[in-house]
Design a protein around this ligand. Sequence first.
Ligand SMILES: Cc1cc2nc3c(=O)[nH]c(=O)nc-3n(C[C@H](O)[C@H](O)[C@H](O)COP(=O)(O)OP(=O)(O)OC[C@H]3O[C@@H](n4cnc5c(N)ncnc54)[C@H](O)[C@@H]3O)c2cc1C
Length: 374
Amino acid sequence: MTDLAIVGLGSMGSATAWAATRQGLSVVGFEQFELGHERGASHDTSRILRHSYHTPHYVGLTFHAYDAWERLEADSGVHLVTRTGGVDLFPPNAAIDMSTYTSSLDAHAIPYELIDDVHARWPVFTPPEGTIGLYQERSSIVPAALGTATMQRLARERGAQLRDRTRVEAILPGPDSVTLVTSAGTYSADRVVVTADAWTAELIRPLGWDIPLTVTEEQITYVDVPTDYFDIPLWIWMDDPSFYGFPCYGEPTMKAAEDCGGPVVTGDHRSGELDAAMLDRLMGFLRSNFAGIGEPVRSKRCLYTLTADRDFVLSPVPGHERVTVGLGAAHGFKFAPAFGEMLTALALGETTDPVFALDRPGITDPNYAPAWLV
Ligand SMILES: Cc1cc2nc3c(=O)[nH]c(=O)nc-3n(C[C@H](O)[C@H](O)[C@H](O)COP(=O)(O)OP(=O)(O)OC[C@H]3O[C@@H](n4cnc5c(N)ncnc54)[C@H](O)[C@@H]3O)c2cc1C
């Protein structure tokens, strides 16, 4: 019998296959589309890896994230982490409280710098007077599609069977194993990890757990910029609406986007087309707060899958402990290699972190007010 079956081979599922095979487990993974497709949440060029977070709990977890990327780089021989530094920008009366970030970094003695004249430091930034920059030098870019494909390659080299274009239709836990009914036959495994992001709720509901998830269709845009943008740090605008962006990464464009700005959709029903209103909002923001902004070059859509508290799900399904769920709540890529290690450990019976458990108010309380601005 296969030790571990994985449902969904985006970054989380591929990371679990990588981590589990490194521990000598036999693995079979299922992906409904082709590997590397662009209909989920793990495609395109880049994602942000950072220490700066809004709680000490998350900041603590970022150490595991950095270490796991280092393990993946060592294991693959591929350069994956590009350090650029990162600046969180807090305009006057920002909707996000800077002290939640400074106190969380202080709790782990992580150095940072508060910059009260961001324009003087990086002349292309032209934010309103009084904007404070929280600069952390270890913030980095990690490659989304390349990182995911690297974990798939290593898992396969260690014997994992990764089956794409194979949709899991049902998960049937039994006393000694779990049966998966797929579009290409039925399989059994000792344990199952579900990393299906936007499609998670429909897969878990038959197990008696209704996970209230909101799926939105986000949009990132590459904008033509002068070469000064090669030397800027990653940036996050800590207000409502919130935006974020990357220095030039392999091309003379700045990638930028709004956080949680997209329409509510489902995994199977979304447009995939350019959203002109989202583009206007983004370009308006960029032209107000940056110098030398040119025309948009291209845009891409991508899915966010949000829990109400925007905390991850890293948890066995209560009552069905052979089935473990992993969900990144639209900020999980930086943790992907670490999640692979954590989900493998959870599947093997390790204790669940209550912050990420399924039976928590952010999941079980129908009146829980969504809190996505972090
Ligand atoms: C625009 C954007 C920007 C982001 N920026 C950042 C960032 O800077 N830093 C960061 O840390 N995170 C970021 N994120 C979040 C991060 O990308 C996601 O949390 C992460 O990629 C989720 O990975 P996943 O493997 O869970 O999801 P996915 O990549 O969506 O994988 C789920 C897979 O499951 C498959 N699947 C679903 N149902 C089935 C089934 N029944 N049978 C078989 N296969 C199935 C799907 O086809 C899919 O391939 C961003 C996300 C977006 C959209």
